[in-house]
Design a protein around this ligand. Structure first.
Ligand SMILES: [Fe+2]
Length: 293
């Protein structure tokens, strides 16, 4: 199958139907992701086990969100309340930033309640010169605390042979983030909490597209965690006028996925931000998985 075998419903979204689904290769998926940033599989997926298997077979390794419940090895049920969720890259405010975020919609909402996507390449092209320059010259800093059970679970996931959170040491965590520049971690043995700050550019270059994109978590809340403090690496705040501009430009570039039952999307998590409309239809069962290319 070639790229042209997939029909495109809207800009920046490649669609694969059930007839094409059985013959997709990882190479084709990565090339579509590089071109469009989002691949929608229409009506292709049957159950969280099949979803998990598909994600695993097209990824080098899996990631997880330690605040969510795991289903079938890779899938995690999205359960972050009913409020709207601002645009973000999944775990893009931490050194555990996966390359691909996947959603599988077992039961689609009949009205509203959509997952939304926003192509950071489009946003970057539409930012004013002064706003773009600001983010090129100033890295963003996310700071927050994470309670013991969550960071311990994450370390277990990333450390072969270590599966009891009670046995995890702070050095085990430090070993897992040692390679990542820009991360500072402190540990409070009294509360078992860690405090971390993660410094990173708001403009990323995706390995799928090899093009720059405004891709970050500046606008996204953090439902399962303490809300991070977001400022710049120098400690200065992000100017209000630039926050207002990115709100306006990203809102204009944001599209609903348009869920139908059994759909799945694959999103370039270093290029395309995602969010969610407020949930007004509780007939909505969506799973998430995170992975590396
Ligand atoms: Fe998310």
């Amino acid at each position: 199958m070639t790229n042209s075998a997939c029909y495109i419903e809207q800009p920046n979204l490649a669609m694969i139907g059930p007839q094409q689904f059985d013959s997709v290769t990882t190479g084709l998926l990565y090339s579509l992701l590089g071109e469009y940033g989002v691949v929608l599989f229409r009506g292709c997926m049957r159950g969280p086990e099949a979803f998990s298997n598909f994600v695993a077979s097209h990824s080098s390794r899996l990631s997880l969100d330690p605040a969510r419940t795991m289903v079938a090895g890779a899938a995690q049920l999205v359960d972050a309340g009913v409020d709207a969720v601002g645009l973000h890259c999944e775990n893009g405010n931490s050194p555990f930033w996966p390359d691909i975020t996947w959603f599988y919609c077992a039961d689609a909402p009949r009205k509203g309640s959509q997952t939304t996507v926003c192509d950071g390449e489009v946003v970057l092209a539409q930012l004013s010169e002064s706003c773009r320059s600001f983010f090129e010259e100033n890295d963003i800093r996310y700071s927050r605390t994470v309670p013991g059970p969550k960071w311990r679970r994450l370390v277990c996931h990333y450390t072969p042979g270590l599966d009891d959170p009670a046995l995890v040491l702070i050095d085990d965590l430090l070993r897992n983030v040692a390679e990542g520049a820009g991360t500072t971690i402190s540990y409070d043995p009294k509360t078992d909490e860690i405090g971390y700050s993660f410094v990173v550019s708001a403009i990323q270059r995706s390995s799928f597209s090899d093009r720059g994109a405004f891709a970050n978590s500046i606008l996204g809340p953090s439902f399962n965690y303490e809300k991070p403090l977001i400022d710049t690496a120098s400690g200065a705040p992000i100017p209000e006028k630039f926050l207002a501009e990115i709100e306006t430009v990203t809102a204009r570039a944001t599209r609903p996925v348009g869920w139908q039952d059994h759909d799945m999307v694959m999103i370039d998590n270093r290029r395309v931000m995602h969010g969610r409309e407020a949930i007004c239809d509780t007939r909505r069962r969506i799973y998430n998985a995170l992975s590396y290319r």
